[in-house]
Design a protein around this ligand. Structure first.
Ligand code: B12
Ligand code: SF4
Ligand code: SF4
Length: 255
């Protein structure tokens, strides 16, 4: 069975949860670390998931070629494909009111990657479960980006903190109150599906972690030095300016 072969090979790469949607193999990469505090959101503390998941999926794509695929494309979090929808269709999780895809083992703290291919493989079936519907994510969302009607990107603190350029006073206050210099995570922290999670078993996510930044860690660096020091982390993709701005907001007593 082709599906079993792919699943077994994925396990040897440390990928324990995969599913099959119409034309892709979809894989989950859990990244939660228990009991860790810091001022970067959880997803950004490890070596960039684009690299970690991308390298594993490249190997998986080689197997798909051996199995007869003539076209393969590794996709991790780029534009163009909707990763959550693909993972939902592949039966890997269900949607929360916070917009996150959630599964029993990993809660919502996982990344999604895909290998698009042209093999004929039967799709898996979407789950019929839904989230517990407790409303905590909507109630606690700092930007009021979430509501019963959906999600407003320009109000989302994750988006605001990653945005280049100047922020409004209200946006700065939000960053200061939340205390994170990158990302948000409130709608994940309050979600009951994320209670009691285990630390990820993916070793690449556990080495070289950066959990906390101070203004001086960034200010003193030239753009090149910043890239050399932090280029392998997802929090560096917008350069040092947004981080420097956010750290100033958090550590200065002016707001
Ligand atoms: C742009 C983007 C953002 C933007 C906008 C996010 C948003 N909610 O739209 C910003 C910068 C704000 C952001 C923030 C975050 N992001 Co982001 N982001 C993306 C990106 C690149 C594209 C998402 C997108 O706009 N897709 C198009 C829209 C239309 O899709 P969508 O928002 O998922 O909406 C669809 C589903 O929600 C679906 N849907 C909703 N309910 C239901 C119910 C049913 C039954 C069905 C069938 C479908 C369905 O319908 C919508 C249309 O298809 C994806 C990677 C990718 N290429 O998919 C990562 C991605 C969604 N982000 C991810 C992460 C980790 C985050 C953060 C947690 C990071 C952080 N800690 O700050 C936050 C979470 C914020 C939140 N509550 O969503 C992960 C999510 C993993 C997961 N378990 O869900 C992704 C998948 C990256 C990855 N490959 O791992 N992100
Ligand atoms: S990431 Fe933060 S601001 Fe964005 S929807 Fe979730 S709780 Fe709201
Ligand atoms: S916090 Fe409650 S409403 Fe929001 S996604 Fe989690 S279970 Fe659903």
């Amino acid at each position: 069975m082709m599906k079993e072969k792919i699943r077994e090979f994925a396990k040897t790469l440390g990928i324990n949860k995969i599913g099959f949607s119409k034309n892709s193999v979809v894989a989950l990469f859990p990244y939660y670390v228990k009991g860790e505090s810091g001022n970067l959101s959880m997803y950004a503390r490890s070596i960039d998931y684009h690299t970690v998941a991308g390298e594993k999926l490249e190997k998986l794509s080689e197997l798909l070629v051996d199995l007869g695929a003539t076209e393969v494309l590794v996709h991790v979090d780029k534009g163009g494909l909707d990763d959550r929808k693909a993972a939902f269709e592949a039966g890997l999780g269900f949607f929360g009111k916070n917009g996150m895809l959630i599964c029993e083992e990993y809660g919502s703290y996982f990344f999604i990657g895909q290998v698009v291919h042209n093999l004929e493989i039967q799709c898996d079936t979407p789950l019929e479960e839904s989230c517990l519907n407790c409303g905590a994510c909507i109630k606690n969302c700092p930007g009021r980006a979430l509501s019963e009607d959906g999600f407003e990107i320009e109000r989302c603190l994750s988006e605001i903190s990653q945005r280049k350029g100047q922020l409004t006073e209200a946006e700065k206050r939000m960053i200061k109150q939340r205390g994170l210099c990158w990302g948000c995570d409130v709608c994940q922290e309050v979600c009951p599906h994320n209670s009691g999670l285990e630390t990820t078993a993916i070793p690449e996510f556990l080495s070289d972690r950066v959990t906390e930044l101070k203004p001086q860690d960034v200010e003193s660096l030239s753009n090149r030095e910043f890239k050399e020091k932090y280029g392998k982390y997802a929090f560096s993709w917008r350069g040092k300016a947004p981080l420097e701005r956010n750290l100033k907001v958090i550590f200065e007593d002016t707001l």
